[in-house]
Design a protein around this ligand. Structure first.
Ligand code: BMA
Length: 366
């Protein structure tokens, strides 16, 4: 009898254990990702069944003609809710500056990321790191040996690892109130199919680009023990899958696949076509490779067309199953550099209508 009880207890324990492990969870590329990071990845996939999350760059730090007002957000001013996801930018963390290239203190950024996490929202982070060879900005493309100079054996390799260490310190300092690491998405070396950053196609070969990516991921996770990241790949718009994959570092190094595509008021039909082509390429590839598809950056600067969101964005994204769409920042210090309407802007009704769609997810929908 005693033996039988032992056997029953053993079976019950074993079955509850295996249930607890949830063997069907999808694993991110970092095999040592924290359990919160694994949960995040799986949550993002699940949420795609309900809709597309709205994401806005720098949303909580500033907006059109305001800077650092606690709790404020242009998206919330107009719609009554925060975006489901917020984008941030790490440019200048690598040179140990106290604030980023758009004047956001990194200490504030960490707090905004914690606030978003507490509200149940998500965070994606880009990085316009400086050109280490010239000391100028990410946009400095005057010489084309910077990537080789960063790779192992290159003259700037050691210093570049110091830069990556500073990134790692930032990521490692993202903890919730219980001290658990907050998982975030890191979208690095983006728009590389363009020709405006030092990591773009004219500055390095496909092989060098891949090596740069792999070296960065390996350094963060193997040497610096950063395990709260999902890695996102986002070229500027392309027209074929071959182009999309030419510099793809491999399925072992990417969790999320997207693209950046901007509109111009003069040619919104070109924008819709480009969005459609890129969405098709990205969602097809994501389905095949098991990655998460997104629109990593988009927008129409200063939104001169007041039906842009409902007539140009929604009809295209609504055809696809994607995780989120990120609209670029509303600069606080530039009159016309904004991508989401602020209160009083002529496109605000259209934006509200867009956000009210059943399958556009805001923070309160999560
Ligand atoms: C660009 C512009 C710049 C900004 C940079 C990094 O697209 O918005 O003003 O400094 O992104 O955020």
């Amino acid at each position: 009898m005693k033996k039988l009880i032992y056997i029953i207890v053993f079976i019950l324990t074993f079955s509850s254990c295996s249930k607890h492990k949830e063997p069907n969870l999808k694993q991110p590329v970092d095999k040592n990702a924290t359990s919160e990071t694994v949960q995040l990845y799986n949550r993002l996939f699940k949420l795609m069944d309900r809709g597309i999350m709205l994401c806005h760059q720098d949303d909580l730090a500033y907006g059109h003609q305001w800077y650092k007002e606690t709790g404020r957000s242009d998206v919330k001013d107009v719609t009554g809710d925060y975006p489901a996801m917020v984008g941030w930018e790490l440019g200048h963390v690598e040179i140990d500056a106290p604030y980023n290239l758009d004047s956001i203190y990194f200490s504030d950024m960490k707090q905004y990321i914690k606030d978003t996490h507490k509200r149940g929202g998500f965070t994606t982070i880009s990085w316009h790191g400086d050109n280490i060879a010239t000391g100028n900005t990410a946009w400095d493309c005057k010489q084309d040996t910077v990537v080789t100079s960063i790779l192992p054996g290159g003259v700037h390799h050691a210093q570049y690892l110091v830069w990556l260490d500073r990134l790692a310190d930032f990521f490692s300092d993202l903890n919730d109130e219980q001290g658990k690491p907050i998982p975030v998405i890191f979208r690095m070396y983006h728009e590389h199919t363009g020709n405006w950053f030092w990591w773009c196609r004219e500055q390095c070969t496909p092989e060098e680009y891949k090596q740069l990516w792999i070296m960065t991921v390996d350094h963060l996770r193997e040497n610096k023990n950063v395990h709260n990241l999902l890695y996102a790949y986002s070229p500027a718009t392309i027209s074929t899958e071959a182009e999309y994959l030419e510099r793809y570092p491999g399925d072992e190094y990417v969790d999320i696949v997207g693209f950046d595509c901007y509109a111009s008021a003069e040619d919104l039909s070109r924008y819709m076509k480009e969005m459609d082509t890129n969405l098709k390429i990205v969602t097809d590839f994501a389905a095949r490779s098991g990655k998460l598809p997104v629109v990593a950056e988009t927008g129409l600067e200063s939104i001169p067309d007041t039906t842009y969101f409902t007539r140009n964005v929604y009809p295209v994204i609504n055809k696809y199953k994607i995780s989120w769409i990120l609209f670029w920042r509303n600069a606080w210090d530039k009159e016309n550099h904004f991508y989401v309407p602020y209160k009083g802007h002529p496109a605000e009704n259209d934006f509200r209508e867009f956000v009210a769609k059943e399958n556009i997810l805001m923070n309160n929908d999560l």
